[in-house]
Design a protein around this ligand. Structure first.
Ligand SMILES: [Zn+2]
Length: 86
């Protein structure tokens, strides 16, 4: 699999580190079922998934990657700065 970093260009997947599913953070600071699910429960989708990746062996940018987990076809890569990644 290859990912296209917006700053460095297309690179091998080994330059990147997986940062988890791109989930929406719950509102509020109080602990509840929504925070428990956000922190501990994960889907394991067979198909399109939106994930965070960091270009660890490159520029260090956090990216939001949309890809198919079955075919590894990458559909979209955008900078994730300001999204509260990882
Ligand atoms: Zn990069």
């Amino acid at each position: 699999m290859r990912l296209s970093c917006p700053f460095c260009g297309t690179r091998d997947r080994r330059e990147f580190t997986y940062g988890g599913a791109a989930l929406a953070r719950p509102d509020g600071a109080e602990w509840g079922a929504d925070w428990d699910a956000y922190l501990h429960l994960r889907d394991n989708p067979a198909g399109v998934s939106v994930e965070y990746w960091v270009h660890a062996m490159g520029c260090g940018a956090w990216l939001r990657v949309t890809r198919d987990t079955v075919t590894h076809a990458v559909q979209n890569v955008v900078v994730a700065s300001g999204e509260g990644a990882a």
